[in-house]
Design a protein around this ligand. Sequence first.
Ligand code: ATR
Length: 282
Amino acid sequence: MTSFEPRACVIGHPIAHSRSPLIHGYWLKELNLNGFYGREDVLPENFATFIGGLRAHGYVGCNVTLPHKEAAFKLVESASERAKQLQVVNTLWYDGETLCGDNTDIEGFLANLDDRAPGWSQRLEKAVILGAGGASASIIAGLKERGARDIRLVNRTLPRAENLASRFGPTVHASDWAGLPRALEGADLLVNTTSLGMKGQPELEIDLAALPLSALVTDIVYVPLETGLLRQARERGHPVADGLGMLLHQAVPGFEHWFGKRPTVTPALRALIEADIIGVTP
Ligand code: ATR
Protein backbone atom coordinates (compact mmCIF):
# COMPACT_ATOMS: atom_id res chain seq x y z
CA MET A 1 0.00 0.00 0.00
CA THR A 2 1.38 3.43 -0.90
CA SER A 3 1.12 6.14 1.74
CA PHE A 4 -0.87 9.33 1.06
CA GLU A 5 1.28 11.98 -0.59
CA PRO A 6 -0.02 15.53 -0.03
CA ARG A 7 0.27 17.52 -3.24
CA ALA A 8 0.21 21.29 -3.70
CA CYS A 9 1.02 23.57 -6.61
CA VAL A 10 1.30 27.12 -7.83
CA ILE A 11 -1.34 28.19 -10.34
CA GLY A 12 -0.74 31.07 -12.72
CA HIS A 13 -0.52 32.09 -16.34
CA PRO A 14 2.29 32.14 -17.32
CA ILE A 15 3.87 29.95 -14.63
CA ALA A 16 6.99 28.35 -16.12
CA HIS A 17 9.38 30.73 -14.32
CA SER A 18 7.89 30.41 -10.84
CA ARG A 19 10.50 29.59 -8.20
CA SER A 20 7.91 28.29 -5.72
CA PRO A 21 8.49 24.61 -6.68
CA LEU A 22 12.18 25.06 -5.89
CA ILE A 23 11.40 26.57 -2.47
CA HIS A 24 8.80 23.99 -1.40
CA GLY A 25 10.80 21.12 -2.90
CA TYR A 26 13.78 22.22 -0.83
CA TRP A 27 11.75 22.23 2.41
CA LEU A 28 10.11 18.87 1.67
CA LYS A 29 13.54 17.32 1.30
CA GLU A 30 15.09 19.20 4.24
CA LEU A 31 12.27 18.18 6.59
CA ASN A 32 12.16 14.67 5.13
CA LEU A 33 8.43 14.92 4.39
CA ASN A 34 6.34 12.96 1.94
CA GLY A 35 4.82 15.50 -0.46
CA PHE A 36 4.96 17.14 -3.86
CA TYR A 37 4.71 20.75 -5.09
CA GLY A 38 4.23 21.45 -8.81
CA ARG A 39 3.13 24.09 -11.32
CA GLU A 40 -0.21 24.46 -13.10
CA ASP A 41 -0.63 26.79 -16.07
CA VAL A 42 -4.32 27.73 -16.00
CA LEU A 43 -5.99 30.33 -18.22
CA PRO A 44 -8.25 32.89 -16.51
CA GLU A 45 -11.37 31.43 -18.15
CA ASN A 46 -10.57 27.99 -16.70
CA PHE A 47 -9.55 29.13 -13.22
CA ALA A 48 -12.87 28.74 -11.37
CA THR A 49 -13.40 25.24 -12.78
CA PHE A 50 -9.85 24.27 -11.84
CA ILE A 51 -10.30 25.46 -8.25
CA GLY A 52 -13.68 23.70 -8.07
CA GLY A 53 -11.86 20.48 -8.94
CA LEU A 54 -8.72 21.13 -6.90
CA ARG A 55 -9.26 18.13 -4.66
CA ALA A 56 -10.26 15.97 -7.60
CA HIS A 57 -6.92 16.88 -9.15
CA GLY A 58 -5.32 15.45 -6.01
CA TYR A 59 -4.32 18.71 -4.33
CA VAL A 60 -4.52 19.64 -0.63
CA GLY A 61 -4.09 23.30 -1.55
CA CYS A 62 -2.21 25.73 -3.76
CA ASN A 63 -0.61 29.10 -4.26
CA VAL A 64 -2.11 31.38 -6.84
CA THR A 65 -0.24 34.08 -8.66
CA LEU A 66 -0.89 36.47 -11.54
CA PRO A 67 -3.49 36.87 -12.93
CA HIS A 68 -5.64 34.85 -10.48
CA LYS A 69 -5.28 36.47 -7.05
CA GLU A 70 -8.54 38.45 -7.11
CA ALA A 71 -10.50 35.57 -8.67
CA ALA A 72 -9.19 33.26 -5.95
CA PHE A 73 -10.47 35.58 -3.22
CA LYS A 74 -13.98 35.34 -4.67
CA LEU A 75 -13.84 31.53 -4.69
CA VAL A 76 -12.67 30.82 -1.13
CA GLU A 77 -15.28 30.02 1.50
CA SER A 78 -13.27 31.35 4.43
CA ALA A 79 -10.85 34.25 3.99
CA SER A 80 -8.36 35.56 6.58
CA GLU A 81 -8.73 39.12 7.86
CA ARG A 82 -5.74 40.19 5.76
CA ALA A 83 -7.26 38.62 2.65
CA LYS A 84 -10.59 40.35 3.32
CA GLN A 85 -8.88 43.68 3.71
CA LEU A 86 -7.15 43.38 0.33
CA GLN A 87 -9.73 41.19 -1.48
CA VAL A 88 -6.82 39.12 -2.74
CA VAL A 89 -5.54 35.65 -1.80
CA ASN A 90 -2.35 33.87 -2.78
CA THR A 91 -2.53 30.77 -0.54
CA LEU A 92 -5.41 28.25 -0.42
CA TRP A 93 -5.94 25.18 1.76
CA TYR A 94 -8.78 23.07 3.13
CA ASP A 95 -10.01 23.08 6.70
CA GLY A 96 -12.17 19.95 6.56
CA GLU A 97 -14.38 20.62 3.55
CA THR A 98 -13.95 24.40 3.70
CA LEU A 99 -11.71 26.08 1.13
CA CYS A 100 -9.71 28.74 3.02
CA GLY A 101 -7.57 31.59 1.70
CA ASP A 102 -4.94 33.97 3.02
CA ASN A 103 -2.79 36.75 1.64
CA THR A 104 0.71 35.83 2.80
CA ASP A 105 2.47 38.65 0.90
CA ILE A 106 1.93 40.88 3.94
CA GLU A 107 3.58 38.36 6.25
CA GLY A 108 6.33 37.82 3.66
CA PHE A 109 7.12 41.52 3.47
CA LEU A 110 7.12 42.03 7.24
CA ALA A 111 9.06 38.85 8.06
CA ASN A 112 11.74 39.72 5.50
CA LEU A 113 12.38 43.11 7.11
CA ASP A 114 12.27 41.56 10.62
CA ASP A 115 14.92 39.13 9.42
CA ARG A 116 17.19 41.54 7.51
CA ALA A 117 16.75 44.68 9.64
CA PRO A 118 15.71 43.61 13.16
CA GLY A 119 13.86 46.33 15.07
CA TRP A 120 13.01 48.30 11.90
CA SER A 121 9.36 48.81 12.82
CA GLN A 122 10.21 50.27 16.24
CA ARG A 123 11.47 53.33 14.36
CA LEU A 124 8.64 53.49 11.86
CA GLU A 125 6.69 56.73 11.61
CA LYS A 126 6.91 57.75 7.99
CA ALA A 127 7.25 55.45 4.98
CA VAL A 128 7.45 56.07 1.24
CA ILE A 129 6.12 53.48 -1.19
CA LEU A 130 6.87 53.74 -4.92
CA GLY A 131 4.14 52.16 -7.06
CA ALA A 132 0.43 51.55 -6.63
CA GLY A 133 -0.21 48.00 -7.87
CA GLY A 134 -1.14 44.83 -6.00
CA ALA A 135 2.17 44.52 -4.17
CA SER A 136 1.86 48.09 -2.98
CA ALA A 137 -1.55 47.35 -1.42
CA SER A 138 -0.11 44.43 0.60
CA ILE A 139 2.77 46.57 1.81
CA ILE A 140 0.50 49.46 2.87
CA ALA A 141 -1.56 46.97 4.90
CA GLY A 142 1.58 45.54 6.51
CA LEU A 143 3.01 48.96 7.39
CA LYS A 144 -0.30 50.04 8.91
CA GLU A 145 -0.32 46.87 11.04
CA ARG A 146 3.14 47.88 12.32
CA GLY A 147 1.94 51.34 13.26
CA ALA A 148 3.19 53.57 10.41
CA ARG A 149 1.47 56.94 10.84
CA ASP A 150 2.37 58.63 7.57
CA ILE A 151 2.58 56.60 4.36
CA ARG A 152 3.45 58.47 1.13
CA LEU A 153 2.31 56.60 -1.96
CA VAL A 154 4.21 57.86 -5.01
CA ASN A 155 3.15 56.68 -8.46
CA ARG A 156 3.56 57.68 -12.11
CA THR A 157 -0.22 57.60 -12.56
CA LEU A 158 -1.61 59.83 -9.81
CA PRO A 159 -5.27 58.69 -9.97
CA ARG A 160 -4.16 55.10 -9.39
CA ALA A 161 -2.28 56.14 -6.25
CA GLU A 162 -5.23 58.26 -5.07
CA ASN A 163 -7.58 55.38 -5.61
CA LEU A 164 -5.40 52.97 -3.62
CA ALA A 165 -4.75 55.52 -0.86
CA SER A 166 -8.47 56.13 -0.42
CA ARG A 167 -8.94 52.47 0.53
CA PHE A 168 -6.66 52.89 3.56
CA GLY A 169 -7.84 56.12 5.17
CA PRO A 170 -6.04 59.32 6.13
CA THR A 171 -2.66 57.69 6.97
CA VAL A 172 -1.92 57.24 3.27
CA HIS A 173 -1.17 60.24 1.03
CA ALA A 174 -0.89 59.95 -2.75
CA SER A 175 1.42 61.91 -5.00
CA ASP A 176 3.00 61.72 -8.44
CA TRP A 177 6.79 61.52 -9.01
CA ALA A 178 7.10 65.30 -8.72
CA GLY A 179 6.15 64.92 -5.04
CA LEU A 180 8.97 62.46 -4.32
CA PRO A 181 11.61 64.81 -2.81
CA ARG A 182 9.05 66.13 -0.29
CA ALA A 183 7.87 62.62 0.48
CA LEU A 184 11.43 61.41 1.19
CA GLU A 185 12.08 64.14 3.79
CA GLY A 186 12.16 62.60 7.25
CA ALA A 187 11.15 59.12 6.05
CA ASP A 188 12.18 56.00 7.98
CA LEU A 189 11.56 53.54 5.15
CA LEU A 190 11.56 53.55 1.34
CA VAL A 191 10.03 50.63 -0.57
CA ASN A 192 10.06 50.14 -4.34
CA THR A 193 7.06 48.13 -5.56
CA THR A 194 7.29 49.20 -9.21
CA SER A 195 8.82 46.95 -11.85
CA LEU A 196 11.54 49.55 -12.50
CA GLY A 197 15.03 48.15 -11.93
CA MET A 198 13.93 44.60 -12.73
CA LYS A 199 16.03 42.73 -15.30
CA GLY A 200 14.74 43.74 -18.74
CA GLN A 201 12.92 46.84 -17.42
CA PRO A 202 14.09 50.46 -17.33
CA GLU A 203 16.22 51.51 -14.37
CA LEU A 204 14.58 53.32 -11.45
CA GLU A 205 16.01 56.84 -11.67
CA ILE A 206 15.77 58.37 -8.22
CA ASP A 207 17.56 61.06 -6.25
CA LEU A 208 17.85 59.93 -2.63
CA ALA A 209 19.36 63.20 -1.39
CA ALA A 210 16.31 64.10 0.72
CA LEU A 211 16.15 60.69 2.45
CA PRO A 212 17.71 60.53 5.96
CA LEU A 213 20.70 58.15 6.01
CA SER A 214 19.09 56.15 8.82
CA ALA A 215 16.17 55.19 6.52
CA LEU A 216 15.86 51.53 5.57
CA VAL A 217 15.62 50.97 1.79
CA THR A 218 14.02 47.86 0.33
CA ASP A 219 12.93 46.67 -3.09
CA ILE A 220 10.45 43.95 -3.93
CA VAL A 221 12.32 43.38 -7.20
CA TYR A 222 14.79 40.52 -6.59
CA VAL A 223 16.13 39.95 -10.11
CA PRO A 224 18.81 41.29 -9.92
CA LEU A 225 19.25 40.72 -6.19
CA GLU A 226 20.91 44.10 -5.78
CA THR A 227 18.86 46.52 -7.86
CA GLY A 228 20.17 49.94 -8.86
CA LEU A 229 18.09 51.42 -6.02
CA LEU A 230 19.65 49.12 -3.42
CA ARG A 231 23.16 49.72 -4.74
CA GLN A 232 22.69 53.48 -4.62
CA ALA A 233 21.24 53.24 -1.10
CA ARG A 234 24.04 50.97 0.14
CA GLU A 235 26.68 53.29 -1.30
CA ARG A 236 25.07 56.25 0.50
CA GLY A 237 25.18 54.29 3.77
CA HIS A 238 21.52 53.31 4.21
CA PRO A 239 20.55 49.98 5.75
CA VAL A 240 19.11 47.88 2.89
CA ALA A 241 17.04 44.69 2.52
CA ASP A 242 16.67 42.93 -0.82
CA GLY A 243 13.38 41.47 -2.05
CA LEU A 244 14.26 37.78 -2.15
CA GLY A 245 13.30 37.24 1.48
CA MET A 246 9.74 38.40 0.81
CA LEU A 247 9.35 35.59 -1.73
CA LEU A 248 10.81 33.04 0.70
CA HIS A 249 8.84 34.16 3.77
CA GLN A 250 5.48 34.39 1.96
CA ALA A 251 5.84 30.66 1.21
CA VAL A 252 6.08 29.60 4.89
CA PRO A 253 2.36 29.59 5.91
CA GLY A 254 1.24 27.62 2.84
CA PHE A 255 3.82 24.92 3.41
CA GLU A 256 2.69 24.56 7.02
CA HIS A 257 -0.99 24.26 5.99
CA TRP A 258 -0.34 21.61 3.34
CA PHE A 259 2.50 19.55 4.76
CA GLY A 260 2.00 20.00 8.52
CA LYS A 261 5.35 21.49 9.57
CA ARG A 262 6.44 25.12 9.75
CA PRO A 263 9.59 25.52 7.64
CA THR A 264 12.38 28.03 8.22
CA VAL A 265 13.96 30.50 5.82
CA THR A 266 17.64 29.59 6.15
CA PRO A 267 20.83 30.90 4.54
CA ALA A 268 21.04 27.59 2.63
CA LEU A 269 17.59 28.14 1.06
CA ARG A 270 18.53 31.71 0.18
CA ALA A 271 21.75 30.47 -1.42
CA LEU A 272 19.82 27.93 -3.51
CA ILE A 273 17.43 30.54 -4.89
CA GLU A 274 20.21 33.12 -5.35
CA ALA A 275 22.12 30.57 -7.42
CA ASP A 276 19.01 29.94 -9.52
CA ILE A 277 18.59 33.70 -10.08
CA ILE A 278 22.15 34.14 -11.29
CA GLY A 279 21.89 30.93 -13.30
CA VAL A 280 24.38 28.64 -11.58
CA THR A 281 23.83 25.38 -9.73
CA PRO A 282 25.36 25.47 -6.22
P1 ATR B 1 2.02 44.64 -9.06
O1 ATR B 1 0.60 44.22 -8.95
O2 ATR B 1 2.99 43.50 -9.16
O3 ATR B 1 2.43 45.60 -7.98
P2 ATR B 1 1.37 46.37 -11.34
O4 ATR B 1 -0.05 46.42 -10.96
O5 ATR B 1 1.72 46.05 -12.75
O6 ATR B 1 2.22 45.35 -10.48
O7 ATR B 1 2.05 47.75 -10.93
C1 ATR B 1 3.29 48.11 -11.38
C2 ATR B 1 3.71 49.43 -10.78
O8 ATR B 1 4.92 49.83 -11.43
C3 ATR B 1 2.71 50.57 -10.99
O9 ATR B 1 2.75 51.41 -9.88
C4 ATR B 1 3.27 51.27 -12.23
O10 ATR B 1 2.91 52.62 -12.34
P3 ATR B 1 1.54 53.06 -13.07
O11 ATR B 1 0.43 52.83 -12.08
O12 ATR B 1 1.74 54.50 -13.38
O13 ATR B 1 1.43 52.18 -14.30
C5 ATR B 1 4.74 51.14 -11.97
N1 ATR B 1 5.53 51.27 -13.22
C6 ATR B 1 5.72 50.34 -14.17
N2 ATR B 1 6.49 50.81 -15.15
C7 ATR B 1 6.80 52.11 -14.83
C8 ATR B 1 7.56 53.15 -15.45
N3 ATR B 1 8.19 52.95 -16.62
N4 ATR B 1 7.65 54.33 -14.80
C9 ATR B 1 7.05 54.54 -13.62
N5 ATR B 1 6.29 53.59 -12.99
C10 ATR B 1 6.17 52.39 -13.58
